[in-house]
Design a protein around this ligand. Structure first.
Ligand code: ZN
Length: 157
């Protein structure tokens, strides 16, 4: 269990919402009746800046490992402050030249229903089926192309 203090090092933004229980009840309060997200996340997990959101990502506890392959790693993460769930997708492109392979991360906010649906699929999930989730929803993208600086940005679809 990832019980270490996951909020160490977070910005003061967390002070605004630390009253929220890390064990807040599960529920659909982040979701509209039709299943679309009402408001995504909080200042703790989904700040306006892509760079800050990338930093925040590392403090989000992993709640499930869906795919754990060396070059394709998919996990579910959940914000302890607001209970927003995310699917985190890591892909590494192999070019067989040297060890500095291009690496890409996507963090996509998902609804509790989508999270519950993903877990039993686990290793049978494909990149395409994950991509198809929440079409049009804004994702956090973090790219580290070969030989270039890493960058974080929002990816509208
Ligand atoms: Zn949050």
């Amino acid at each position: 269990m990832p019980e270490e203090n996951l909020l160490t090092g977070m910005s003061s933004a967390y002070d605004d919402c630390h009253a929220a229980s890390p064990h807040a009840a599960e529920g659909d309060r982040t979701v509209n009746p039709d299943g679309t997200p009402k408001e995504i996340g909080c200042a703790n997990c989904w700040p306006p800046s892509a760079d800050e959101a990338w930093e925040a990502r590392s403090s989000l506890p992993v709640t499930a490992e869906l795919i754990d392959e060396s070059h394709f790693h998919v996990t579910l993460r959940k914000c302890p402050a607001c209970a927003q769930s995310f699917v985190s997708i890591f892909t590494e492109t192999i070019d067989w030249v040297d060890g500095d392979d291009p690496q890409y991360w996507t963090l996509k906010p998902i609804t509790p229903a989508e999270a519950a649906d993903l877990v039993p699929q686990g290793g049978s999930l494909t990149e395409a089926s994950i991509d198809a989730l929440g079409s049009g929803r804004r994702c956090l993208q973090h790219d580290h192309p070969k030989g270039e600086e890493a960058r974080s940005y929002w990816r509208p679809r």
